[in-house]
Design a protein around this ligand. Structure first.
Ligand code: TZP
Ligand code: MG
Length: 213
């Protein structure tokens, strides 16, 4: 599995916003709205819960033929034959994660600056997240890095590997993010907290697809 050129909207099923009971239906709604990649992220859950939810979401993503990525747990991604894993700056080098998940899997890295984005490219990551652009309750304690470096990041990194701008992106902020040069985005809370997840996802997807170039 790899990330396709047309995978512009990356969604995260974050168990901080959705209960285990609602995880499958929220995922189906995100996919119906046009999510091109799905990640499972669970910062305060035990591994058995994450595994149980991951198994269900993997089936949904397989059926929809989109990549399913697990945040933080390369061993779990390998054990479930998920499509990849996403790791942060403090989660060790690519090589360690690669040993665990194997050569055919997608491995992404969170980056919070232009330097980190360039370093992730040089190390060989398959894609990056770049942000948070704006402060966000989904990643508390991290300042927003703003929109000023997006263009340079796209030029140096996003032209080589998929680069997803992330953090505080909503239907309201998305136009400014796209105008600043973002090609691909991750959106979490504003979709998961929407009264109609599918509609909110569709609205964001069409803003991305119909962007002015
Ligand atoms: N990494 C950087 S910002 C962020 C992560 C996981 C959270 C993005 O969530 P939201 O709710 O779209 O701001
Ligand atoms: Mg992590």
């Amino acid at each position: 599995m790899h990330i396709s050129l047309s995978a512009l909207l990356y969604c995260i099923l974050d168990l901080g916003y959705v209960t285990e009971e609602n995880a499958e239906s929220a995922t189906r709604s995100l996919l119906a709205g046009g999510a091109d990649i799905l990640q499972l992220r669970a910062k305060n859950h035990d591994l058995s819960t994450i595994e149980r939810v991951a198994k269900k979401l993997l089936l949904i993503c397989r059926e929809a033929k989109i990549p399913f990525i697990i945040n933080d747990f390369p061993e779990l991604a390998a054990a479930l034959d998920a499509d990849g894993v996403h790791i942060g700056q403090d989660d060790g080098p690519l090589s360690t994660a690669r040993e665990m998940v194997g050569p055919g899997k997608i491995i992404g890295r969170s980056t919070h600056s232009l330097d980190q984005a360039r370093a992730a490219l040089a190390e060989g990551f398959d894609y990056i997240g770049f942000g948070p652009l704006f402060p966000t309750p989904t990643k508390l304690g991290r300042p927003g890095i703003g929109l000023d470096h997006i263009q340079e990041m796209q030029r140096d990194v996003g032209s080589r590997i998929p680069a997803y701008c992330i953090g505080g992106i909503t239907p309201e902020t998305l136009p400014s993010v796209l105008a600043a040069g973002a090609q691909r985005v991750v959106i979490v809370s504003s979709l998961l907290q929407a009264t109609d997840i599918t509609k909110a996802t569709k609205d964001c997807k069409s803003l991305i697809i119909n962007r002015e170039i």
